[in-house]
Design a binder for this molecule. Sequence first.
Ligand code: GLC
Length: 490
Amino acid sequence: MVGLGPKRRPSRRGSMTDVPQDLLEQIKHFEEVFTVDSTKLKQVVDHFVKELEKGLSVKGGNIPMNVTWVMGFPDGHEKGTFLALDMGGTNLRVCEITLTDEKGGFDIIQSKYRMPEELKTGTAEELWEYTVDCVEQFIQHHHQNEKLSSLPLGFTFSYPATQEYIDHGILQRWTKGFDIDGVEGEDVVPPLEKCFRDRGLPIKVAALINDTTGTLIASSYTDSAMKIGCIFGTGVNAAYMEDAGSIPKLAHMNLPPDMPVAINCEYGAFDNGHIVLPLTKYDHIIDRDSPRPGQQAFEKMTAGLYLGEIFRLALVDLLDSRPGLIFAGQDHTLIRTPYLLDSSFPAAIEEDPYENLQETADLVQSKLKLTATSSELEMMRRLAELIGTRAARLSACGVAAICKKKNIESCHVGADGSVFTKYPHFKARGAQALREILDWAPTDKDKVTIHAAEDGSGVGAALIAALTIKRVRAGNLAGIRNAKDMQAFC
Ligand code: GLC
């Protein structure tokens, strides 16, 4: 409730003075397990660089380093009208993008549809039917009574996919809590196109895209210093441009060694072997109880899907290990519900502007039906800070690792995702971590800087579809399966 209590002082140092000793000890314990110092960050990055390399090798490793067949950056003169379908995790979005005559210009119309929770664990048929329902609704809404000519589609499918071609993608495994039977190990393009055909929609998948690749391409469209595209959202991941000659697993294709190929790292899977990440018992519980234990170790510590759950698990741990220490004599049923809290919960706590943490108290009351004392509020505030700071600092490791691997001294990084855009202090904490990892002199300005990206899954997808069609027209068919069909659509 806004308007209650005195406004917070700028610094909260000393606000713990009234917290009882045994709760202070618990806070100290949280500080120990959630703090990642510079030395640890550097160890993580060193291991990260090795895992990036390994993913490009023939044998492979934890990080898939998926070849995307996006070959090169746009020049700003791409043209045409494209559909983009974005299946990201939380929402489904359909866009129509027109790349206009003006250099780097575009027009966009779009509609967003909530991805129903039950769909994420439903059947493949339900998934594709729902997806095509949304596209059909979009077309009906925006092109009522029009006779549509064929439309090329950039399909942003933000899960790890093996692509032998750009218009093809075999789902390696579901991530971000999805668990739909009958899709893993299958090419996702044919069932989608079949549904389009069954409904008489003249739509052809020109390119299957990861959100990170879309972000990389869309950002570089307007800023040539952009070298990495990142998502810090429900999941975490990055894409960057590699030279074909540095991709041993593509050696058999004899591509020109300096040919650029975008790599979708899928580095949410970093350190699935649990060698270097500073895992807490809460991270282990999240992994154990997830639909894919042993997968996405890095993502489970840093991504939006998990931050609220880490927070909840830490509180439940206190309730169990120190009965009576917090929320004494109250009903703890609600707080024991897995995934009750999403990342907006710790984010809101960190943003509480009141000295007496009144907004936090209201939130805890409404969401958990618990009445918190001022000490409990202080403890939760600190816990939220620790979890948010750890996520931001570890997130910086992925960016730093790509820079180290590619010997990039300075560049811009295009970033998107709910954690990047909404989680308080995420950007500043990440920037500070980059400074520590990359050892910039105190007088140096930041050399690698992370910026809000252009819309990767909309504009990026359209650009990639345009680049693909341009390649078809030029007869540069490496990594394109249905060149003939596509020509018919150009
Ligand atoms: C997950 C997905 C990945 C995606 C990321 C961000 O890590 O596996 O493909 O890029 O989430 O959405």
